[in-house]
Design a protein around this ligand. Structure first.
Ligand code: HEM
Ligand SMILES: *[C@@H]1O[C@H](CO)[C@@H](O)[C@H](O)[C@H]1NC(C)=O
Ligand SMILES: *[C@@H]1O[C@H](CO)[C@@H](O)[C@H](O)[C@H]1NC(C)=O
Length: 364
C-alpha cells in the first residue's frame, strides 16, 4: 500500500515535471491580449501596439536615423544620474519632460529631432517618457542586424527634476574625465567600451555640420564590430583645426567620421584591451553591450516596481560575419594596435579595389 502510494505520487511528480517542461504547459500560462497577442505578463499588452507603431511609423522598419537616435537618447536620458545624488533621476524621461531645459545642454545638440517625435508618441500612447525612451531603444536595436535583445522593463513614473548639465560626456573630454563621469554613474571602463558598440549604428550631425550624417563606421545599419576596427586605423592628422576639438584625426575611410573620444578610448591603456577584444568577437560585443545597456535602462529606477516586457522585443536578424574586416587596400600595418597584453587578432581583408567611400546615413 505504502509502496503503491509512493509510486502513484512519484508518477504524478514525474508527469508534472514532464508537463511543466513542455511548451504546451507554457502556453497555458500565457495570457491573451485584446489584440490576440499572447504574453506571459498581461501588463505588457499595452506595449504591443507601442512596439508595432514604433517599428512601422517612427523607425520605418529600418536600422536608420530614427532607430539610431533613439538609442542615443536612451543614453543621454539615463546618464543624468550620479551615485552621489543630486543630478537628476537616471532613466526617467526627464530629457522629454524637461526638454526646454535639457535639450539646451550642448551635449544634447541634435537630440531635439528624435525628442520631437518621441514626446507626442508617448502622449498618444499613454506611456511615460522614461518608458518610450528605453522600450523604444530596445525596439530600435531589434531592427539592427547583430544587435542583442536587451532586457526591457516598463512602468517608469514621471520625472520630477531635470538632469543637471554636464552629465553626458563630450567627444572633446579627456579619457580620465570621461571615465570619471561614467564611474560616477556606476559604470566601469569596460562597461563604457561595451556601450560604445552603439557607435556601430551611429552618425554625427552637429560636430561637423558640413559633413552631416557621416557614420562612425562603414556599416551604420549593422550592429557589428566594424567601428572598433575603423577607429583603430591610422588616420589623417589635420594640419589645422576641425570643429571645436583641435587635433582631430580623420578616418582614412572617406565619408566616415571619427569622434575624438572614440579615438582616445581605443588607444588608452585603461580601455584599449577591452576595445580590441571586440574587434573579432561580435557575440562578445553584443553580450557585453546587452548587459551594460540593461543596467543603463533602469538607472535610478527600482526594478522591483517595474514590469519585465523583454518578451515583446523581437530578436534582430543575425549577422553572417562575426568579425570586423580590414578595408580593401589596407593591411595590418594600418592598424594602430594599442593593447599591450593581447595579440591583435587576424582579420579578413575586404576584396575589391581600395575605394572605401561611405555614404551618409539618409535623413528620416
Ligand atoms: C564617451 C561617451 C560618448 C560620447 C563622447 C558620445 C558622443 C557622441 C556624439 C558627439 C555623437 C554625434 C551626435 C551628432 O552630432 O548628431 C554621438 C552619436 C551617437 N551616440 Fe554617442 N557618445 C558616447 C557614448 C554613447 C553611448 C554610451 C551610447 C549608447 C549606449 C551612444 C549612442 C550613440 C548613437 C546611437 C549615436 C548616433 C545617433 C544618430 O546617428 O542619430 N553614445 N555620440
Ligand atoms: C537655450 O539656449 C539659448 C541659447 O543659448 C538661450 O537663448 C535660451 O534662453 C535657452 N533656453 C532655456 C529655456 O534655457
Ligand atoms: C505622468 O504625467 C502625465 C501627464 O501629466 C499624467 O497623465 C500621468 O498620470 C502621470 N503618471 C504618473 C505615474 O504619475
Amino acid at each position: 500500500m505504502a509502496f503503491s502510494l509512493l509510486s502513484v505520487v512519484s508518477t504524478a511528480l514525474a508527469l508534472a515535471a514532464t508537463v511543466s517542461a513542455s511548451p504546451a504547459a507554457d502556453s497555458l500560462k500565457l495570457k491573451t491580449c485584446p489584440d490576440g497577442t499572447k504574453v506571459r505578463n498581461a501588463e505588457c499588452c499595452r506595449f504591443v501596439k507601442v512596439r508595432d507603431d514604433l517599428i512601422n511609423d517612427l523607425f520605418e522598419g529600418e536600422c536608420g536615423e530614427n532607430a539610431h537616435s533613439t538609442v542615443r537618447i536612451a543614453f543621454h536620458d539615463a546618464i543624468g544620474f550620479s551615485k552621489k545624488g543630486g543630478k537628476g533621476g537616471g532613466a526617467d524621461g526627464s530629457i522629454l519632460q524637461f526638454d526646454d531645459i535639457e535639450l539646451n545642454f550642448t551635449m544634447n545638440a541634435g537630440i531635439d529631432e528624435i525628442a520631437d517625435d518621441l514626446k507626442p508618441f508617448a502622449d498618444q500612447h499613454g506611456i511615460s517618457y522614461g518608458d518610450v525612451i528605453q522600450f523604444g531603444s530596445s525596439v530600435a536595436l531589434s531592427l539592427c542586424p547583430g544587435a542583442p535583445v536587451v532586457q526591457t522593463f516598463v512602468g517608469r513614473g514621471n520625472a520630477t527634476v531635470p538632469a543637471s548639465d554636464f552629465t553626458v560626456p563630450e567627444p572633446f573630454d579627456t579619457v580620465p574625465d570621461i571615465l570619471a563621469r561614467m564611474a560616477d554613474a556606476g559604470f566601469s571602463p569596460a562597461e563604457l567600451i561595451a556601450l560604445l558598440a552603439s557607435h556601430s549604428i551611429a552618425a554625427q550631425d552637429k560636430i561637423e555640420p558640413a559633413i552631416a550624417r557621416s557614420p562612425f563606421d562603414s556599416t551604420p545599419d549593422q550592429f557589428d564590430p566594424q567601428v572598433y576596427l575603423d577607429v583603430l586605423l591610422k588616420g589623417t592628422v589635420l594640419p589645422g583645426n576641425l570643429g571645436p576639438g583641435k587635433g582631430e584625426v580623420l578616418s582614412p575611410v572617406d565619408g566616415e567620421f571619427r569622434l575624438q573620444s572614440d579615438a582616445a578610448l581605443a588607444r588608452d591603456p585603461q580601455t584599449a584591451c577591452t576595445w580590441q577584444g571586440f574587434v573579432s568577437d561580435q557575440a562578445l560585443m553584443a553580450k557585453e553591450f546587452a548587459k551594460a545597456m540593461a543596467k543603463l535602462a533602469i538607472l535610478g529606477q527600482n526594478p522591483a516596481k517595474l514590469t519585465d516586457c523583454t518578451e515583446l522585443i523581437p530578436q534582430a536578424k543575425p549577422l553572417k560575419r562575426k568579425t570586423a574586416v580590414i578595408p580593401a587596400g589596407k593591411t595590418r600595418k594600418d592598424i594602430e594596435v594599442s593593447c599591450p597584453y593581447n595579440r591583435f587578432p587576424n582579420l579578413p581583408t575586404a576584396a575589391g579595389p581600395p575605394v572605401t567611400s561611405v555614404p551618409p546615413v539618409p535623413e528620416q
